[in-house]
Design a protein around this ligand. Structure first.
Ligand code: SAM
Length: 311
C-alpha cells in the first residue's frame, strides 16, 4: 500500500533482538532491551502476515545481532511460509554465520548481508571490540557454500580509522562473486555525528577511479565494477544522496513496536492489537500512511543506537 507521500511500502525490516555480541564504535549501542521483551517466532509471524496483507513483499531480518537468537531458524521458517513474501534476507555481523548458514538456507532464507568493516585483525578488533575477523570470513565462505545468494558485505568507513582498508575490501569483490558495499556513516553516535569522519560515496569513486558503473537494479545502492572483477562494489549514500523519496521500508522492532523512519524516535506499539487480525491490519495501514517524508541526517542526528532499531 501507499503512504501519504505516494510511496509504495513493500519492504519490512524485522529486528528480532536488540542484543548484540559486538560493540561497533559507530553504532551508538545503548542499553539493550531484555530478552524477555522479544517477540516469539509465532508473534513475528502473526504481525508479518498482517504486514503482508498490507502489501509487504520483501522482508529483511536484522537486529541487534539476529544470530544471537537460538530460535532464528524457526523465525526464518515461519516468515518463509508467507506466500506474499518474495525475498527473505538477513543482516548479520557474521560471527556465528559459519554455524548457521546451511540451517538458515534450509529454513528458507534467500540471501545474506554480512557487516565487515576491515580485513585487518587489529582494526577489526578496534572497531568491534572482538577478535572475530577469522570467524566472519569463515561465515562469508559458509554463506556462499550454503547457496545463499546474493552474499553481500556491508562496510562503514571512518576517516583515519579503517578507510585505508577500503582497497582490501574492494579486493574481495575482485576475487569473489559477491557485492562489497560501502555505507556512509550515519549520525547515530558521537562518531557518526562528526562529518569529518564520513567517507562519502563520491570520495570512494575519486580514490578508486578504475571503478565503472554497473547495472544497479533500482535499489538504494549504486553499483560499480572493474575489469577482472567477479563481484561488484556498491555505494550506499543515505547522507549525501538521500533516497527517502523512493523509500519503501518500514521497521518492526523486536518488542512489537513499528518504526516508520530510521531518522525519528517515533514508534507505534502493535501489541495491543494482537489477537484481532483485522484491527492489526487497520493499525498497520494507519502507521504506513503516516510515514514521514524523510530523515534530516545532513542537519540533525538520528536516534541513538542502531542496535535498538535494526540497521
Ligand atoms: N548485527 C547485524 C550486523 O552487524 O549487520 C545487524 C544490525 S547492524 C545495526 C546493521 C548495519 O548497520 C551494520 O552493517 C552496521 O555497520 C550498520 N550501522 C550501524 N551504525 C551505523 C552508522 N552510524 N552509520 C552507518 N551504518 C551503521
Amino acid at each position: 500500500m501507499k503512504d501519504d507521500f505516494g510511496r509504495e511500502i513493500s519492504y519490512l525490516r524485522v529486528s528480532v533482538t536488540q542484543r548484540c555480541n559486538l560493540n561497533c564504535v559507530y553504532c551508538g549501542k545503548t542499553d539493550c532491551a531484555k530478552k524477555e521483551t522479544e517477540l516469539s517466532p509465532e508473534t513475528f509471524y502473526v504481525i508479518a502476515k498482517a504486514f503482508a496483507a498490507c502489501g509487504i513483499k520483501k522482508i529483511r531480518i536484522t537486529g541487534g545481532e539476529p544470530l544471537v537468537r537460538g530460535d532464528i531458524c524457526e523465525i526464518v521458517r515461519l516468515l518463509r511460509s508467507l506466500p506474499e513474501i518474495g525475498t527473505l534476507s538477513l543482516t548479520t555481523n557474521g560471527v556465528y554465520l559459519a554455524q548457521y548458514a546451511a540451517r538458515l538456507k534450509e529454513a528458507g532464507l534467500d540471501s545474506v548481508n554480512i557487516s565487515l568493516d576491515s580485513t585487518d585483525e587489529g582494526v577489526y578488533r578496534h572497531l568491534t571490540g572482538a577478535d572475530a575477523l577469522r570467524r566472519v570470513l569463515e561465515g562469508v565462505d559458509a554463506a556462499r557454500a550454503a547457496g545463499l545468494s546474493p552474499v553481500r558485505i556491508n562496510a562503514v568507513l571512518m576517516r583515519g580509522v579503517n578507510d585505508d582498508g577500503a582497497g582490501a575490501l574492494i579486493d574481495l569483490a575482485r576475487r569473489l562473486p559477491i557485492d562489497v558495499r560501502f555505507i556512509e556513516l550515519m549520525p547515530f553516535s558521537a562518531e557518526g555525528e562528526d562529518p569529518l569522519l564520513r567517507i562519502t560515496g563520491e570520495e570512494i569513486l575519486r580514490r578508486f577511479p578504475f571503478l565503472e558503473p554497473a547495472e544497479s537494479g533500482g535499489g538504494t545502492a549504486e553499483y560499480y565494477t572493474a575489469e577482472g572483477f567477479a563481484g561488484r562494489v556498491g555505494l550506499i549514500s543515505p547522507v549525501t544522496r538521500k533516497f527517502c523519496g523512493d523509500c519503501s521500508r518500514i521497521r518492526l522492532l523486536s518488542d512489537g513496536r513499528v518504526k516508520p523512519c530510521l531518522g525519528y524516535d517515533t514508534t507505534y506499539d502493535l501489541k495491543p492489537y494482537l489477537g484481532d487480525e483485522e484491527r492489526l491490519r487497520e493499525e498497520i495501514g494507519k502507521i504506513i500512511r503516516k510515514k514521514p517524508a524523510g530523515h534530516s541526517f545532513d542537519t540533525q542526528s538520528g536516534p541513538r543506537g542502531l542496535n535498538r532499531t535494526g540497521g
